[in-house]
Design a protein around this ligand. Structure first.
Ligand SMILES: [Zn+2]
Length: 115
């Protein structure tokens, strides 16, 4: 689905700036898995292929529709939490648990965001 011809940048906001193509792909994958459309941007060009704007030496960024901003930010925040295994609180008994635990040791309830 290519919407480039009908694209209006004013409706989109820069959500995330990345240092490498892998990160851009990762972020876009997370967002699009949640049904949030994304664009990758570099300079004044919009490109689907990461290699293109990296060849130009620009810093890539991921953009989303302004209306999707809060949801997209929540998706990224959730991914960050999983990535660094932050502490969590059990919804069943209120026990405070460290990030490496995926199940409450007290009541055996699983961590809410654990698949
Ligand atoms: Zn518990």
């Amino acid at each position: 689905m290519d919407q480039t011809s009908a694209f209006c940048v004013k409706d989109w906001i820069c959500l995330h700036t990345a240092d490498n193509p892998t990160e851009i792909g990762y972020v876009r994958g997370l967002l699009e898995a949640e049904g949030i459309p994304t664009r990758a941007r570099s300079m004044d060009l919009w490109a689907a292929a990461v290699e293109i704007y990296f060849a130009e030496g620009a810093r890539p960024s991921v953009w989303v529709r302004a209306s999707d901003r809060e949801r997209a930010a929540a998706v990224l925040a959730g991914a960050d939490r999983r990535g660094c295994a932050a502490d969590w609180t059990c919804a069943g008994c209120g026990e405070h648990l460290e990030g490496q635990f995926t199940t409450c040791w007290r009541c055996a309830r699983p961590r809410p965001d654990h698949d």
